[in-house]
Design a protein around this ligand. Structure first.
Ligand code: CTP
Ligand code: MG
Length: 233
């Protein structure tokens, strides 16, 4: 795959230590096959192809042999054991870089296999000016606030955004923000951790391709895309 000339050095974390309960299956979703290879490989390969100098993949306890096997041929990839929550997994991965801290770090869900290089470029460009940057998409439906199965109010859709990953940060700042976070409570995502640390987060345009594989149905698009001009027989 061609490298898309990055002008900023960066490293990446792929969080793959979840249980994938909503997707079900014999293995956690990040290890299930999608478009011909284990889901986690897609995002790791994309990040390397887009210029990541090193990728730390956070994997669940009990999967180190398996994860080692499916990633062993990739250069500049390390696997480490994850924590109980996504945030704990991210913190362990950030600490794995402490010896040789990169300037920029991208934190990405293994569950989002299709990472367009344009999004990575926008994030890295935003980091030239900002401490943190995240990809977002607008909300198209109107939004109801639920109280059980009754509507209790509405929210203004114009001010809302759907948040994706990778989330991009200056390494020192996100490391400090995670270390300062009250360990009792779970954060929604890394951008929220940075924001509660008092830093601003820039919003860049995300992509529908960055959809998070969540349910078993999401794996039904397992068939490689049919190319135009290619017969069906
Ligand atoms: N993740 C992680 N460590 C955890 C929980 C989640 O590294 N303790 C990772 C998942 O592997 C996934 C990403 O965070 O790549 C986003 O989480 P999600 O889509 O919710 O995955 P799971 O938590 O595995 O799935 P579910 O919530 O359905 O159990
Ligand atoms: Mg989860």
């Amino acid at each position: 795959m061609a490298r898309s000339a990055p002008h900023h050095p960066f490293a990446a974390i792929v969080v793959a230590a979840g249980k994938g309960l909503r997707a079900g299956g014999e293995q956690p979703k990040q290890f299930q096959n999608w478009r011909g290879k284990p889901l986690v490989r897609h995002s790791v390969e994309a990040l390397l192809a887009q210029g990541a100098e090193e990728v730390v993949v956070v994997i669940p306890r009990g999967f180190s042999d398996f994860a080692g096997k499916i990633l062993s041929d990739l250069k500049n990839v390390r696997t480490i054991m994850g924590g109980k929550t996504r945030r704990a997994s991210v913190l362990k991965a950030l600490e794995a870089f402490a010896d040789m801290p990169p300037a920029y770090i991208l934190i990405h869900d293994a569950a989002r296999p299709d990472l367009p290089p344009e999004v990575t470029q926008l994030l890295l460009e935003a980091l030239e000016e900002h401490v943190g940057a995240i990809p977002v998409l607008p909300v198209v439906d109107s939004i109801a606030v639920a109280d059980g199965d009754m509507m209790s109010g509405k929210a203004e859709r114009e001010t809302l955004r759907r948040v994706q990953t990778p989330q991009a940060f200056r390494y020192d700042e996100i490391m400090a923000a995670h270390r300062a976070w009250d360990r009792e409570s779970e954060a929604g995502d890394d951008a929220q951790v940075l924001k509660s640390y008092g830093r601003e987060v820039c919003l860049v345009e995300g992509s529908e391709r960055l959809k998070k594989m969540t349910f078993a149905e999401d794996f039904l698009t397992n068939i490689p895309a049919v190319r135009i001009g290619q017969g069906f027989d």
